[in-house]
Write a protein that binds this ligand. Structure first.
Ligand SMILES: [Zn+2]
Length: 67
């Protein structure tokens, strides 16, 4: 097993960790349906991108119906 030879100082440790922070996921409002969507991605609720429908999203599909 490798064992470190020198102690890492608080300064060096914190310098290494200065790039570790996470950023929040950005989101835009879909101009077609108003749902929040990821930028540069097809809208997940209506299937539109750049003003036209590119994915056919089934609207009346009810997966929770047990009957
Ligand atoms: Zn949409």
């Amino acid at each position: 097993m490798a064992v470190q030879q020198n102690r890492v100082t608080r300064s060096k440790r914190n310098m290494r960790r200065s790039h570790d922070s996470l950023t929040a996921v950005s989101s835009n409002e879909c101009p077609n349906c108003g749902e929040l969507k990821l930028p540069h991605h097809v809208c997940g609720s209506c299937g539109y991108y750049a003003g036209r429908e590119v994915v056919n999203v089934a609207q009346d599909l009810d997966l929770d119906d047990d009957s």
